[in-house]
Design a protein around this ligand. Structure first.
Ligand code: NAP
Length: 457
C-alpha cells in the first residue's frame, strides 16, 4: 500500500485457506501493480501451508520445500495472516463478506469419500486421508488409533490406485531409517518404525491402463530399500479398450512399462512386500469388531473403460484397510456447493449463486475444480481467479462501504486464540529447535494445544 492512500482506494481481499491454492492466489494479487490490495489470509489451522505441510508426503522433501518459496508472502506488509480462524465456525460467510470487498475461497477439499459397502464401520477401516493427516502431524488427526493398529497389523489393504494410495503404501513400506530425516512427529516415526506390517496390498477396481497414479510416483515403489514389489503379469494383459488408451497416451504407456518390468522380478527377501492388484472391486469387509479380511469381486473393462463385475470373488486378509478413493469438498453454511461435482459452482473462478455470478466472490484450488491436479495446477487456477477479481476491481471499489466493521475488528471481537504472524514464527522456531535436538531440520508439533502453546496464542 502506498503511503497516504485512503481505504477507499484499496481493495480488502480475504483469502480463505493458507494452503497452496490460497498462497498462490495471494502471490498473484501481491505481484500485480494495477490495483492496490490488502490481503487478509484466513486459515482454520494455527499454521500456514495446508497440504504442503499436511498432505505432501514427508519423504517428498523437494515438493515440501516449495513452502520456502511461499513463506516470504507471509511477511509482506500488505498481507495479514489469521491462523486458527475457521470460516463457518468462528465467523460466518455473511460476516466475512460484509467486512471485505472480495473473498477468494481456497479452502481445499479436506473430507474423505466412503466406499458404502458392508463392514466399512469396523475398527481398522479408515480413510487414507486420515492416515496422511496422522503421519504428517495434522492437529485434526486422531491420536492413538494408528499407533495401536500398526503394532498388530501384518497386512494392509489400500483401496485405490491414485497418488495418495502410492504415498501411503510407500510410507508404510519404509523403515525408520528411511523416514528418520523427515519432519514427522516423533511418536509417528516410532509407530511406523516399529510397525508389524509385512504386506501392503494396493487395489485398483479397474486395470493398470485406468490407474490415476503418475509414473514418477509409481516408480518409487520399485526402488524401496526395504520392500519388494509384486504385480501379476496376467493383470497387465491389455483388453482392446485399454490397449487403445495406452497407445494414445505416453504417460500410461510408461506406467505399463514399469509394471511389466516389476512383473518379471523375483522376490529378493526384503522385510516387506507391496502387491499391486488390478480388476478387484471391494464388496464387503469382514470381522467381529475389527476388520480381518476384505472381499472383492473380480472385474473386467467394458467398452466405455468402466468396470463390470464378473461374479468371481477374491478375499485378502487384512487388519488395516485404508480407502484411498479421493477427497470430498466441504459445504460451508452460506456458500453454494455442488455435491455432484464436489466443488463450489463457479464460472472461470467467479462463484455462482443460483446460477448467477456473485459479486465479489471467487474460488481457487480444489474447492474450485474438484480434488484433482498437482501443485502447479493451483498456480494456474489462482492466476485465472485473480484475473477475474482484478477485472471486477472498479465495480468492487465503487461498491465499497466506508462504514463497515473491519475484518480485524471482527476477529478481535470474538476473543479467539488466533495465530498471527508472530505466533506462527514462534511455532516455526519451536519446531526447528525440536528437530535440531534430534538431528533434523524440523519436527512437527502434532497436538493443537501444543501448537497454540508454542505460538503463545
Ligand atoms: P485419485 O487420483 O482420484 O485416485 C482415486 C482412486 O480411487 C482411483 O484409482 C479410483 O478408481 C479409486 N476409487 C474411487 N472410488 C472407488 C470405489 N468406490 N471403489 C474402489 N476404488 C475407487 O485420487 P487421490 O489419489 O486421492 O489423489 C487426489 C489428487 O491429488 C490427484 O490429482 C493426485 O495426482 C494428487 N496427488 C498428487 C501427489 C503427487 O504429485 N506426488 C501426491 C498425492 C496426491 P477409478 O479411477 O476407477 O475411479
Amino acid at each position: 500500500m502506498k503511503p497516504g492512500m485512503t481505504s477507499q482506494q484499496w481493495l480488502d481481499v480475504a483469502v480463505v485457506g493458507a494452503g497452496p491454492a490460497g498462497l498462490y492466489a495471494a502471490e498473484a494479487l501481491l505481484n500485480q501493480k494495477d490495483v492496490a490490495v490488502r490481503i487478509h489470509l484466513i486459515e482454520r489451522l494455527p499454521v500456514p501451508f495446508g497440504l504442503l505441510r499436511y498432505g505432501v508426503a514427508p519423504d517428498h522433501q523437494n515438493i515440501r520445500a516449495v513452502r520456502q518459496n511461499l513463506a516470504p508472502l507471509l511477511v509482506q506488509p500488505d498481507l495479514k495472516f489469521y491462523g486458527n480462524i475457521a470460516l463457518g465456525r468462528d465467523i460466518s460467510v455473511a460476516e466475512l463478506r460484509a467486512s471485505v470487498d472480495a473473498v477468494i475461497y481456497a479452502y481445499g477439499a479436506a473430507g474423505d469419500r466412503r466406499l458404502d459397502i458392508p463392514g466399512e464401520a469396523l475398527k481398522g477401516c479408515a480413510a487414507a486421508t486420515d492416515f496422511v493427516a496422522w503421519y504428517c502431524g495434522n492437529p485434526d488427526a486422531c491420536l492413538g488409533n494408528f499407533e495401536s493398529a500398526l503394532k498388530v497389523t501384518k497386512s494392509v489393504v489400500v483401496i485405490g490406485v491414485g497418488n495418495v494410495a502410492i504415498d501411503v503404501s510407500r510410507i508404510l513400506a519404509k523403515s525408520r531409517a528411511g523416514l528418520s530425516h523427515t519432519e514427522m512427529p516423533e511418536h509417528v516415526l516410532e509407530a511406523l518404525g516399529n510397525s508389524a506390517v509385512t504386506d501392503i496390498h494396493v487395489i485398483g477396481r479397474r486395470g493398470p491402463a485406468q490407474a490415476s497414479f503418475t509414473t514418477k510416483e509409481l516408480r518409487e515403489l520399485g526402488e524401496l530399500a526395504d520392500a519388494d514389489v509384486f504385480v501379476d503379469a496376467n493383470d497387465l494383459q491389455l483388453d482392446p479398450v485399454s490397449a487403445a488408451a495406452v497407445a494414445g497416451n505416453r504417460a500410461l504407456a510408461r506406467n505399463i512399462d514399469v509394471l511389466r518390468e516389476w512383473s518379471q522380478r523375483k522376490p529378493t527377501g526384503k522385510l516387506k512386500r507391496i502387491h499391486l492388484h488390478f480388476f478387484l472391486r471391494p464388496v464387503a469387509l469382514s470381522g467381529a469388531e475389527s476388520v480381518t479380511a476384505i472381499r472383492f469381486e473380480r472385474t473386467r473393462i467394458d467398452d466405455t473403460g468402466n468396470c463390470r463385475g464378473t461374479g468371481e470373488h477374491h478375499q485378502i486378509e487384512a487388519q488395516l484397510v485404508l480407502r484411498s478413493i479421493g477427497f470430498r469438498g466441504k459445504h460451508i453454511e452460506g456458500l453454494p456447493f455442488d455435491v455432484e461435482l464436489n466443488r463450489i459452482p463457479n464460472l472461470e473462478g467467479r462463484v455462482l449463486r443460483d446460477g448467477r455470478v456473485a459479486c465479489g466472490e471467487y474460488v481457487s484450488g480444489w474447492i474450485r475444480r474438484g480434488p484433482i491436479g498437482v501443485l502447479g495446477t493451483n498456480k494456474l487456477d489462482a492466476s485465472e481467479s485473480v484475473a477475474a477479481l482484478l477485472a471486477d476491481a472498479p465495480a468492487l471499489l465503487a461498491a465499497k462501504d466506508g462504514a463497515r466493521t473491519e475484518l480485524d475488528d471482527l476477529v478481535r471481537s470474538r476473543a479467539l486464540r488466533r495465530c498471527e504472524l508472530p505466533n506462527w514464527h514462534a511455532i516455526d522456531a519451536a519446531e526447528k529447535l525440536l528437530g535440531q535436538s534430534r538431528g533434523r531440520d524440523r519436527t512437527i508439533i502434532h497436538r493443537l494445544e501444543s501448537l497454540l502453546e508454542a505460538g503463545g496464542a
